[in-house]
Design a protein around this ligand. Structure first.
Ligand code: HEC
Ligand code: HEC
Ligand code: HEC
Ligand code: HEC
Ligand code: HEC
Length: 502
């Protein structure tokens, strides 16, 4: 009797295993069918040209090409400037510094005060970088290319030219491939931009996000590989990134490597986090992402405050022309802000909203027409939120309008502080007297900039955006009080005839 039960159990278990194997096999076949039905050309680690990939994957390629479209939303999308035309006849986008001159005051003395425009689709990234006045009128490093071109093959080629082992046929993620990539990255980054850009031919392309054999997502950007490894080693809680949480519990013998450890859902955000992040990209050291202490605004600030350049100088992006403050310029921290929001916490990735699944004929594919989700609410939002398109948009606008109102107050307060410091300098205030106000300018401006440079107008993490702007306004007003105090002390000195000791 007993034996019969055991036999039945064993047979049942074997049957279950067989069914599971069969299912896995079917799933695998299905996945293969999905990707390989149209295998017309052989793709390799050398195929940079998206048109080649497009022969195998025409739907994704068609959508990818549509990133040239320009359509604006209340705060996002893209908009051409009717009057500004580049030398090649292609219209530029609207200038953000002309739209809001307070930005010129905030960035006085820095390249962003000469040209800063609305961003647009991926198709333009290389073109727009080449024609900005920030490149034409200032010397920029080759590191700029990291996020504006298909750099996977050019980096590897530069690495090989400098003596890295192997050939371009090595898989990118092999030891040789990685060495070529990293070596090439340091070489290209250190070149002048005018040299580096000649190595590039395409904007971000299929090979930069996909393995040419398996089509799996992969990370190809050295800045992100270094940055995410440093982030994993920090103690910033990241409960929504399960592979980092798991790595932290291990022996940490090897640095965190997203290409080996990240879940598929994490990869659907990490591929975007390779570029949509705050970074240092200047002449003093190789491009880096400041994530060693975490992704929150004050953790990045604390890292910068501690950081010393190789020449020993403390970190700043530029010295403010009107006040002498050592200031920090923030760039597009979409990945960082998304990480603080409810969607990240709920496991919703960048691709879920910006590359939603769409139906085309019989197949379901990811929209490679990367753009504002407000231009595609049905596929981007309504799959999860059962409200009308109008209602969903209104909810987004409510968040964005509130963020904008706070940001306006922040900008006004900073412009006021800059004027106050300038006036105090004219009245003879010393560097020692101004140190506190300048430090507060740095803190306030860094925070307003964080939300101003982030491109969702608060949507990616509404309450966090409001907190950051609230702090910015407070720091700016504290700065103005610090200047008022200098005047008060000077006045008192004149009246009593006693001068403040230095
Ligand atoms: C829950 C959906 C959602 C997720 C997840 C999400 N975004 Fe967004 N994103 C939006 C919305 C909504 C906007 C505002 C669009 C607008 O104003 O037109 C936006 C704006 C943007 C913009 C500016 C778009 C434009 O047209 O100007 C960029 C760039 C962006 N997001 C990148 C990212 C990145 C990178 C991630 C992941 C790290 C991410 N987003 C995650 C919904 C999302
Ligand atoms: C870490 C990635 C990264 C690096 C490095 C980088 N960019 Fe960008 N850049 C982006 C992203 C993402 C956008 C789109 C979002 C935005 O404009 O806020 C962008 C937008 C731009 C734009 C269009 C909007 C504007 O600012 O006028 C220009 C021009 C530009 N970058 C030039 C440069 C230059 C010059 C450098 C080198 C100093 C550089 N970029 C380095 C990621 C990067
Ligand atoms: C190689 C760097 C790079 C990667 C990877 C990248 N982006 Fe971008 N993205 C850019 C740059 C640069 C621009 C601005 C181009 C310009 O203005 O010329 C941009 C623009 C955008 C825009 C603005 C489009 C518009 O119409 O205004 C959105 C939205 C966006 N990216 C989302 C994403 C998402 C989502 C991902 C991941 C699936 C992603 N990006 C991956 C560099 C990158
Ligand atoms: C900025 C990164 C990025 C670039 C560039 C990119 N893709 Fe994708 N691609 C994705 C993401 C994200 C997915 C969704 C993958 C997933 O969920 O596992 C995807 C999915 C796919 C898939 C699987 C089927 C589907 O649609 O979901 C194919 C095939 C594909 N891409 C082809 C291409 C081709 C061809 C190009 C170049 C023309 C390209 N991709 C460029 C990010 C990118
Ligand atoms: C994959 C599912 C998914 C997608 C896609 C998605 N959301 Fe959400 N959204 C959520 C979840 C989960 C929450 C958290 C609240 C909850 O658990 O119900 C949320 C919350 C929100 C909130 C409340 C935010 C807050 O801070 O309280 C808004 C507004 C919102 N979503 C708008 C959007 C918009 C707009 C889009 C499209 C651009 C979108 N969502 C796409 C799942 C999604």
């Amino acid at each position: 009797m007993k034996l019969r039960y055991v036999m039945i159990a064993v047979i049942a278990a074997l049957g279950l295993v067989a069914v599971m194997l069969l299912r896995e096999n079917i799933a695998q076949r299905k996945a293969e069918a999905k990707y390989t039905t149209f295998r017309v050309v052989e793709l390799s680690e050398q195929t940079s040209d998206p048109a080649e990939w497009g022969k195998n994957f025409p739907r994704q390629y068609d959508a990818y090409k549509r990133t040239v479209d320009m359509e604006h939303t209340r705060y996002g999308g893209s908009e051409a400037d009717p009057f500004a035309v580049g030398e090649d006849g292609i219209r530029k986008t609207v200038s953000k510094i002309e739209q809001d001159p307070r930005l010129k005051t905030m960035w006085a003395g820095y390249a962003f005060a000469i040209d800063f425009r609305e961003e647009r689709g991926h198709a333009y990234m290389l073109h727009d970088q080449r024609e900005t006045d920030r490149v034409l009128k200032r010397n920029q490093p080759g590191a700029c290319l990291h996020c504006h071109a298909s750099t996977t093959v050019p980096y590897r080629q530069a690495g090989l030219d400098a003596g890295a082992a192997g050939t371009l046929a090595d898989p990118l993620l092999s030891a040789a491939g990685k060495e070529q990539l990293m070596k090439g990255f340091s070489i290209v980054s250190a070149e002048p931009y005018s040299n580096a850009t000649q190595r590039a031919q395409h904007p971000v392309s299929c090979i930069d996000c996909h393995d040419p054999q398996s089509m799996q997502l992969r990370i190809t950007r050295p800045g992100f590989l270094n940055g995410i490894a440093a982030l994993a080693a920090s103690d910033d809680p990241l409960p929504h990134l399960p592979s980092i949480t798991a790595w932290r519990k291990g022996d940490r013998a090897h640095p965190y490597d997203p290409n080996q450890l990240a879940t598929r859902q994490e990869m659907r955000s990490f591929t975007c986090g390779q570029c949509h992040v705050e970074y240092y990209c200047g002449p003093k050291t190789t491009l880096f992402f400041p994530w060693n202490k975490g992704l929150k605004v004050e953790q990045i600030e604390a890292y910068y405050d501690e950081y010393k350049f190789p020449d020993g100088a403390p970190f700043s992006d530029w010295k403010h022309q009107l006040t002498g403050a050592a200031a920090i310029k923030v760039q597009h921290p979409e990945f960082e802000l998304w990480n603080q929001g409810i969607h990240a916490r709920s496991g919703v990735s960048c691709a879920d909203c910006h590359m939603p699944y769409i139906r085309e004929g019989a197949s379901k594919i990811s929209s490679h027409h990367v753009r504002s989700p407000l231009l595609n609410v049905a596929q981007s939002c309504q799959v999860c939120h059962r409200y009308s398109e109008n209602e969903i948009k209104e909810r987004v606008f409510t968040i964005q309008d509130r963020t904008k109102k706070l940001m306006d107050r922040g900008l006004d307060a900073i412009v006021g502080l800059i004027a106050d410091i300038g006036a105090a300098m004219k009245a003879g205030a010393t560097d020692a007297q101004l140190a506190e106000a300048r430090q507060l300018q740095r803190k306030a401006q860094y925070r307003v900039d964080f939300i101003n440079a982030e491109n969702s107008m608060g949507f990616h993490a509404p309450q966090e955006a409001a907190r950051i702007l609230g702090e910015a306004i407070d720091y700016a007003q504290q700065g103005r009080l610090a200047v008022a105090k200098i005047k008060f002390v000077q006045q008192a000195a004149v009246e009593t005839g006693v001068s403040e000791s230095k």
